[in-house]
Design a protein. Structure first.
Length: 130
């Protein structure tokens, strides 16, 4: 069983995957991953595919908990505020309070369409209580 691969005229030398085929007993010809403890290539189990059970997923989520500006709560709050600002901008146009140009770009994900005077109050209340 070969333990290393030589490529590029001897310039590159790396460990070889130790997996063998059951039917032919031929060793895999791919290079092993450097991070693999069992000296396997990516195809034969060199990397983890992540947690499968609910308990494992919960442990992973707890370990990867983010805080600060990129936490889910912070992102939700920012999305809500962007949508509220856009609804208020549309409300000022519908009510005739301004003739300034509207903000360009796509609407925020929680945006509530305001086209008539009857839409103003329900849109603001819905976003305020989200």
């Amino acid at each position: 069983m070969k333990t290393s691969l030589i490529a590029a005229g001897g310039v590159i030398v790396c460990k070889r995957c130790t997996a063998t085929a059951k039917s032919t007993a031929i060793q895999c010809s791919k290079p092993a991953l450097r991070i693999s403890r069992t000296q396997k290539c990516q195809l034969h189990g060199g990397r983890s595919t992540g947690p499968r059970t609910p308990e494992g997923k919960a442990r992973s989520a707890k370990a990867n908990l983010k805080s600060g500006d990129y936490s889910q709560a912070s992102l939700d709050k920012a999305a809500k505020e962007k949508a509220l600002i856009r609804v208020l901008e549309d409300a000022t146009h519908v009510l005739g309070m301004t003739d300034a140009p509207r903000t360009p770009g796509r609407k925020p994900e929680r945006y509530w369409l305001v086209e008539t005077i009857d839409d103003v109050l329900p849109a603001i209340m819905a976003l305020h209580h989200m």
